[in-house]
Write a protein that binds this ligand. Sequence first.
Ligand SMILES: [Zn+2]
Ligand SMILES: [Zn+2]
Length: 338
Amino acid sequence: MDFLYESVALGVDLIILGLCVREYVHLKQTSRVLKSAPQYPIDSNLRGIVEQQPNRKIPYAVIRGTVTPIGTPLRSVLVPSVSGVLQIVKLNEHRSTRGFAGFWTEHHKLIHESANAMPFELRNQDFAVEIVDALSAAILDTDIVYDNYEPSSLSFFDNVFGFFTGVRQKGLQTTEQVLRNGSFVTAIGELEIDGEGLRMQPSEAGPLFLTTATKSTILKRFEDAKNSSVFKIMLCTTISGILVGLILRKIYRKKRQEREEAKIRIRLDTERRERRALNRSNVISSDQLCVVCSTNPKEIILLPCGHVCLCEDCALKIDVSCPVCRTKIESKAAAFIA
Ligand SMILES: [Zn+2]
Ligand SMILES: [Zn+2]
């Protein structure tokens, strides 16, 4: 195919375009529900407000309060002086791998993750809302309380092995993130009555957020992300347009070349025929005339039967069998009768 590279590039570009469009739709939806989500202070009126709503719940609401554990808080595994309500421990392996061009590039791979959560609430003085299923939050701002990188000591054998497999271990990184007691956070999700109290959980309207940022900051982040995805969509569309243009230009050029070649072929054919007509002698007896057109002299020998019965023009149109003896034609040659 003449435009294989362009087609492959177009395919890749369209896939990226699809992903960008999906990202844009998602961001737009989230920022729309976020914008319309009402914000309430956690106080004595909040329960009354939720009770008045249909099904006694607000599908997507914003609250702010201080993280307070219900019961004894979790102790950090790696830094015992820190206590919190959520903890996530991750073990990442840093490795360098050899790419196609022979360069070694470094990247990391998550090899273990464990998360712990305990019941907690967001509190404002005497009033509180319990947060349910916080680990499923789309944005979860936690503090990194432990971060340790342990370089691997590679033996000679490991180095040789790495040279052949193209993967070398560089080291292990352990991190621990904790949502600390007493942090002041914004929670966005479904707010509903739960027995005596209130609780917030992941909503069908939008993702659960648990973040130190305010609603307007999150909204701005989403707007920025939305704008950058619009830019990416425009870029991908432009690239697609250019590629389609290149492909169409190649098709057009190929067609034009084919047309010109056909024209030249026809012209040469006509010229050849005219030249031959001039060379033919005008006085020939009837038994020297082609058996098909009875106009031109016999010029072609058919093999294997050996009949010289056709002029060159008619021989071009007859391929199957000899018009005299019906023998199958295997080849033709010019006959020179002296
Ligand atoms: Zn003829
Ligand atoms: Zn024949």
